[in-house]
Every structure is written in C-alpha cells, then in structure tokens.
Design a protein around this ligand. Structure first.
Ligand code: UTP
Length: 234
C-alpha cells in the first residue's frame, strides 16, 4: 500500500465554533484509507492562536506557549480521530515511533504537534520521512504556493510546479504567504528538500480536492518535486 501523509490545518478542519469540516474529512479519509496507508497531522487553527495570545499577554514564555499550542493540536486531532471511528487508530500519536507502531494496525494514524519551536508542517514532513511516505500533502487555506502573499498582493503568481530548492528560496525570503502565515514552514521545507518526498499543496477548504487529486489526478494546487513527472493519480 502506498503511504500518504496529510497535513490538515486546524483552521481548515475547525474554521470556527459555529462551522467545521470534520464530517466531510471523516468520509474522505475513510475512503482513502481503503487504498492507502493514511497518516494525518492536525493543526491548532484559530483556537491555538487565541490560547497562545492569552499566554503571551500573561508573559508566559514562548516555549511554554508552544506547549499550549501542541495541546490544542491534539484536541483537534482527538476530535477527528474519534469522529472517524473504527477506521482510525483509537489514540493520537504523540511521537513518530508511536505513529509507526499505530500504522501496523493498517488504520488511519492521527497526530498533532510534537515539540516546541515549530508547527505541524514540520511534524508532517518528519513523519513523511520516518514512514517513507510516497507523498506529502499540505491542505491549506489558499490554492497553492505563490510568489508572494496573494491576499496582500494581487499580482502574486502561483507556482504549479517547483523544485524543493526553489521552495527553500521562497520560504527563506519570507515572501510566500497565506494570510499572515507561510504556507509551509522552513523546517518542513528543509526536510522536504533532504528527503526528496514529493509535496502537493492544495486548497483544503473543499475536502473533495483531496480525493480528486489522489484518485483522479485532477488538482489545481502546487507540486514540489525533484522531477516534473506527474505522480497523480497515486
Ligand atoms: P499549527 O501547526 O496549527 O500552526 O500549530 P499553524 O500552521 O499556524 O496553524 P493552522 O492550523 O495551519 O491554522 C499551532 C501552534 O502549536 C505550536 C506552535 O506554537 C504553533 O504555532 N506547535 C505545534 C509546536 O510548538 N510544536 C509542534 O510540533 C506543533
């Protein structure tokens, strides 16, 4: 079975307390798990940012604030895992070794954050390297990687394809953006470069984009790989 690691932002999964995409993602992930070994890394979204903001206002140091962010990612990860039910391993992996062990069940493995000083982008890239994934997918709030933040500069150009070296250049320049955040953090970009694992960045607001890309090869995001050769449908 091919292995895929999916990085799913908390702001995609739970955009607000009033609305969420959990049910749709449960269906999509369950469908994919019949064909692939699926690993999902869930982010903290707005809730993590709110809690970290409160921690900072209380002058709690950054590393401890990160721990708070990690707890929120694990809450989101637990919610998804419990909502998926029997197709997911019934515990959230807190480290990569556990993720590997849980994968022996053949079920969907769900993770949140791991250690302070990074985001779940880095977790998903390290996990992809550890499990020797065939593909890493980043589901984000914009439809790919742009030369600059497209929300701030309407002239920003979207890259359909780039090499990992080009990704590092853009991330290092701090130009790439989705709102106030980079689409991919630098640690993740470096791991993608050294591992050579192909990455696709997709708009996660529509969960169907994930199945369309993987199963039909139809996608309009960005593809990062050492060779331009199409790998989709996987
Ligand atoms: P996220 O990975 O969700 O940050 O982690 P993000 O990318 O800004 O948010 P979304 O979900 O894509 O919208 C939330 C916070 O948790 C801490 C960091 O403080 C991060 O900003 N965190 C997460 C860690 O310190 N280590 C981790 O491994 C993961």
């Amino acid at each position: 079975m091919k292995k895929i690691v999916i990085s799913l932002g908390g702001s995609i999964l739970v955009p607000s307390l009033e609305s969420n995409n959990i049910k749709q993602y449960c269906d999509v992930l369950t469908e994919l798990s019949k064909i692939y070994q699926v690993f999902v890394v869930i982010g903290g979204g707005g809730e993590a940012r709110r809690y970290i903001g409160i921690a900072r206002s209380l002058e709690i140091d950054e590393a401890t604030s990160d721990e708070l962010g990690i707890l929120i990612t694990r809450i989101n990860a637990s919610l998804l895992s419990w909502a998926v039910g029997g197709s997911a391993y019934p515990a959230v992996a807190e480290n990569y070794t556990d993720a590997l062990k849980y994968a022996e069940s053949g079920k969907i493995v769900v993770m949140g954050g791991v250690t302070p000083g990074q985001t779940t982008d880095a977790v998903s890239a390290v996990l992809a390297e550890r499990v020797k994934a065939d593909l890493l997918i980043n589901l984000t709030s914009i439809d790919g990687i742009y030369s600059e933040d497209p929300k701030k500069n309407s002239n920003a150009t979207k890259y359909d394809y780039m090499t990992p070296d080009e990704l590092i250049n853009i991330v290092s320049a701090g130009k790439m953006g989705a709102g106030s955040n980079n689409v991919i953090d630098l640690v993740a970009a470096k791991i993608i470069q050294r591992s050579g694992i192909p990455l696709i960045v997709l708009d996660g607001n529509n969960p169907k984009n994930l199945t369309d890309a993987l199963l039909k090869g139809s996608f309009s995001g960005s593809f990062v790989s050492n060779t331009k050769k199409d790998i989709l449908p996987l």
